[in-house]
Write a protein that binds this ligand. Structure first.
Ligand code: IPM
Ligand code: MG
Length: 369
């Protein structure tokens, strides 16, 4: 059988730096664990715009559709702020999500013991935290029509976006949340604004329907998304799996990520329907952005991107034990006090570079054998 294929899209800002460290990890699994991947690389975001005048070329889109998994770094930067909306770097990422139909976005927020002091919350509130946000990723206000900026009748303008969800869009993401919950703490909390939005009422009813008809054994609760945000910082450990729409998921996942101390730690998986080979369509990316302020300086933390590859091992390649190995290697390195600049406490110390962090994780992988 051919080796599984991975398309790497480093993108902009710190994307290429952190992806270089992921390549070290991929090479290690090939050399030491016999997990060979057929790796190719291409452009996305501002880098693609510079080369082709579009944030994702049709050729790259076709490659992404053909591979077993896509690994993406980050997109965007001040250089592209003035571009027309239709060719902004973010449109490249949104096109990938939409055309690959990656409706289920898994954003785990896990607090590593060694980093519990880095959270802006008290240690006992975050220590041991392990929650999973499942964000709907291909619909809602990000894609709903009508949308645009139009002249109004008073000589001004009106900006319009549409929140829109269908039964099937809600049910399929709810199913993926219940499936995950069964393998974790068996609890799902669904978040919307059913008190002010009809789409929120439908969301609540359809999630309840999937529960009652297909997953009655999983514990389900509902919360308004604003109250959910409040509960996330009040007592985050009450949650196991949170399922929510595209926009609320964007906000709540940044909030949950910061509970863990640094945005530089959080991976994500975006999954679609199974392909002919049984693997889901999949794109893996860190939750953090392109961090243009530190790009090119070797300061970036590659852990979020490396943990995104661990998610690829788990969800695309059925290598749960090897994913555990990689996650444990990251934990060991943190426990040893190895820190990139974003993880320096008030007591200071000398941060390691992006490359040194990658090397330390490779060394910890070697020590795991
Ligand atoms: C995210 C990001 C993206 C989003 C941007 C870069 C388009 O914030 O993945 O959370 O809004 O979905
Ligand atoms: Mg976001």
């Amino acid at each position: 059988m051919a080796n599984p294929s991975i398309l790497i899209l480093p993108g902009d800002g710190i994307g290429p730096e952190v992806m270089a460290e992921v390549r070290k990890i991929i090479a290690w699994f090939g050399d030491k664990r016999g997990l060979k991947f057929n790796v190719s690389e291409d452009l996305v975001g501002g880098a693609a715009y510079d080369a082709h005048g579009a944030p994702l070329s049709d050729e790259t889109m076709a490659k992404a559709q053909a591979v077993d998994a896509v690994l993406l770094g980050a997109v965007g930067g001040p250089k592209y702020d003035k571009l027309d909306f239709s060719v902004k770097p973010e449109r490249g990422l949104l096109r990938l999500r939409k055309e690959m139909d990656l409706f289920s976005n898994l954003r785990p927020a896990q607090c590593f013991d060694a980093l519990a002091d880095f959270s802006s919350l008290k240690k006992d509130i975050v220590a041991g935290l392990d929650i999973m946000i499942v964000r709907e990723l291909t619909s809602g206000v990000y894609f709903g029509e009508p949308r645009g900026i139009f002249p109004d009748n008073e000589g001004g303008r009106v900006g319009i976006n549409t929140q829109r969800y269908t039964t099937e869009e809600i049910r399929r993401v709810a199913r993926s949340a219940f499936e995950l919950a069964k393998r974790r703490g068996n609890k799902v909390c669904s978040m919307e604004k059913a008190n002010v939005m009809e789409s929120g009422i439908l969301w609540r009813e359809e999630v309840q329907w999937v529960h009652d008809n297909e997953y009655p054994e999983v514990e389900l609760s509902h919360m308004y998304a604003d109250a959910g945000a409040m509960q996330l910082v009040r007592w985050p450990k009450q949650f196991d799996v949170i399922v929510t729409d595209n926009l609320f998921g964007d906000l709540l996942s940044d909030c949950a990520a910061m509970l863990t101390g640094s945005l530089g730690m959080l991976p994500s998986a975006s999954l679609g329907a199974p392909m002919a080979n049984g693997r889901p369509k999949a794109l893996y990316e860190p939750v953090h952005g392109s961090a243009p302020d530190i790009a090119g300086q070797g300061k970036a933390n590659p852990i979020a991107c490396i943990l995104s590859f661990a998610m690829a091992l788990r969800y695309s390649f059925d290598q749960g034990a090897e994913a555990d190995r990689l996650e444990k290697a990251v934990e060991a390195v943190l426990a040893d006090g190895v820190r990139t600049a974003d993880l320096m406490g008030p007591e200071g110390g000398t941060p390691v570079s992006t490359g040194e962090m990658g090397d330390a994780i490779v060394a910890a992988l070697c020590a795991s054998l």
